[in-house]
Design a protein around this ligand. Structure first.
Ligand code: F6R
Length: 232
């Protein structure tokens, strides 16, 4: 595991954006696995800035998103987040974007996403970290799912996400998420950690001694190419 300890979130986001744009330059037909959330916002701002400066071209790149809420439309869907923070600002062809469809039947959409992962391997997977150790929406549990599936969000995740909604009652209770196997099959993984609430689960990962399904991010210790960016 490669560890990058920074002075600030802004520095973390700048470094992460540089890793992503560097990967696109090195492999123009890359498949990027993408995350949403507060951590991703500054990273995408950096990616958009590099695109606007003519440093990187997304015309052959493809993306797939980690997760999407079920039962949630605009402006709260992750599709909307991605359009606002990244897709509409870069030259990625719309047909190169894969994300679970909040308008579709969830079971059918899980099958569609599973078929996608049968035929495609992510080159670089961007992850944020949940305060309970979740990656994507793989919540702590006795057993974790390998494939894309429907996840019931834990009360702590619903509470953590409530800040992004008009009121807690509007936070979706379920989401479609890539499974742990989908994430661990990525050629390389970039985990960016923002915020004090993640100190404990981050500490367990940095400790590096054990994996536990009660801290899904700890399974990244089993992956050969992971970079973790976190603040002091
Ligand atoms: C989002 C996702 C989540 C977030 C995590 C951190 O697509 O999969 O795992 O990355 O909850 O969220 P923020 O960055 O908002 O703290």
């Amino acid at each position: 595991m490669k560890l990058i300890c920074t002075e600030s979130y802004e520095e973390s986001a700048r470094i992460a954006a540089g890793i992503i744009t560097g990967a696109v330059k090195a492999k123009p037909d890359i498949l990027l696995g993408l995350a949403t959330g507060e951590t991703a916002e500054g990273i995408y701002a950096g990616v958009v800035k590099a695109y606007q400066a003519g440093e990187v071209d997304f015309s052959r790149a493809r993306t797939v998103n980690l997760d999407e809420y079920i039962g949630c439309g605009e402006p709260d869907s992750y599709r909307y987040f991605m359009e606002s923070h990244l897709f509409r600002h870069i030259n990625i062809p719309p047909e190169n974007i894969t994300i679970a469809d909040y308008k579709a039947d969830p079971e059918e959409d899980v099958s569609r996403m599973r078929r996608f992962f049968e035929g495609n391997r992510v080159d670089l997977q961007l992850l944020g970290l949940g305060a309970n150790g979740h990656i994507g929406f793989n919540e702590p549990a006795e057993a974790l799912q390998a494939l894309t599936h429907i996840e019931d969000l834990t009360p702590s995740t619903i509470e953590a996400n409530a800040r992004l909604f008009a009121n807690a009652g509007l936070v979706p209770r379920r989401a479609i998420t890539m499974g742990m196997g989908d994430i661990l099959r990525a050629r390389s993984v970039l985990l960016v950690v923002k915020g004090e609430s993640k100190r404990k689960v981050l500490g367990e990962l940095l400790d590096g001694k054990a994996v536990s399904t009660q801290n899904p991010a700890s399974l990244l210790l089993l992956h050969p190419d992971v970079t973790v960016i976190f603040q002091k």
